[in-house]
Design a protein around this ligand. Structure first.
Ligand code: NDP
Length: 276
């Protein structure tokens, strides 16, 4: 098992070291709408920031008050606020709001989620000047820390979203893996996955990757998070995969904590860059 809980604690410590005696990094968190999962994610981030001695400021906007211009106006105020080092808009946004337009109103230096078109584009050109999207960044940190070789390996990424699948594929490519990106229209997914030395499951489909998809000894990274009818959490990967995979991330306790640790690292780096 690749333990994201223990590993993320190291990265949180590194983020705290970046503070040195400079100002305390501060994240602005904007939560729009009433999505209960989003509320849980936001509260979790705020809690972990607080435990690490970082600041956060929450801005809660109900669906009734969620007007695009008002949200962009808030983001622009935060862009100019010297106390704020990073701005996070919790996704998904309620229907009817233009996610691209809202995210792209965040100033580049405060895009600690790494979702801006410029930041995603810079991954494509192999530059790593600004923040890298937290989930793929956390997965790369995990693969490097566990010493998992990537160069020349076949990596299959299931999912092509702008926040997970695409940046993940670009990072693996930068690490010299041979990358295949699969999505809902992909034919013969099972055969593709069976060829993967490294499989990243980010389709948002509960437990749909079973042991039949896995090559013996493969490294399997489970990005999915789902709540089952019995209240327990599960990922995109079925429990039986642990019998055939060489390494596997658990859910919970795998990719999730790494994502938050990278958010903290990106926020600390943003504060540090501002003060140096
Ligand atoms: P999206 O819904 O934006 O993207 C899902 C992707 O998977 C799409 O590209 C879709 O294809 C593809 N897909 C869906 N069904 C299939 C299928 N049956 N076979 C192959 N491909 C399929 O999700 P996200 O990328 O935002 O998130 C993915 C999962 O990761 C979710 O469960 C989410 O909750 C979780 N997550 C976890 C995080 C963490 O910190 N652990 C952080 C972020 C997300 P198409 O493009 O064709 O529609």
């Amino acid at each position: 098992m690749l333990d994201g809980k223990i590993l993320s604690a190291n990265f949180v410590e590194q983020s705290q070291n970046l503070r040195r005696d400079k100002k305390i990094p501060c994240l602005a968190v904007i939560l729009i709408g009433e999505d209960s999962a989003s509320k849980v994610y936001v509260n979790n981030k705020i809690k972990i920031f607080k435990e690490a001695g970082f600041e956060s400021k929450s801005f809660l906007i109900s669906s009734d008050e969620a007007h695009e211009e008002k949200i962009i106006e808030l983001i622009q105020t935060l862009n100019h606020d010297k106390q704020i080092d990073g701005i996070l808009v919790q996704l998904p946004l309620p229907k009817g709001l233009n996610t691209e337009k809202i995210l792209n109103s965040i100033t580049l230096s405060k895009d600690v989620d790494g979702f801006l078109a410029h930041n995603l584009g810079s991954l494509a050109t192999g530059e790593f000047k600004n923040a890298i999207a937290c989930t793929p960044f956390g997965i790369m940190a995990m693969l490097f820390t566990y010493g998992i070789p990537l160069s020349g390996k076949n990596a299959v990424v299931v999912g092509r979203s702008n926040i997970v699948g695409k940046p993940m594929s670009l990072l693996l490519l930068s690490a010299d893996a041979t990358v295949t990106i699969a999505h809902s229209k992909t034919q013969n997914l099972k055969q593709l996955c069976q060829n993967a030395d490294i499989l990243i499951a980010a389709a948002g489909q509960p437990e749909f990757i079973t042991s039949e998809y896995i090559k013996s000894g493969a490294v399997v990274i489970d990005v999915g998070i789902h709540r089952k009818s019995d209240g327990k959490l599960c990922g995109d990967v079925g429990f039986d995969v642990k019998n055939i995979a060489g390494a596997l991330t658990p859910v919970p306790g795998g990719v999730g904590p790494m994502t938050i640790a990278m958010l903290m690292l990106n926020t600390a780096l943003s504060a540090w860059n501002k003060n140096n």
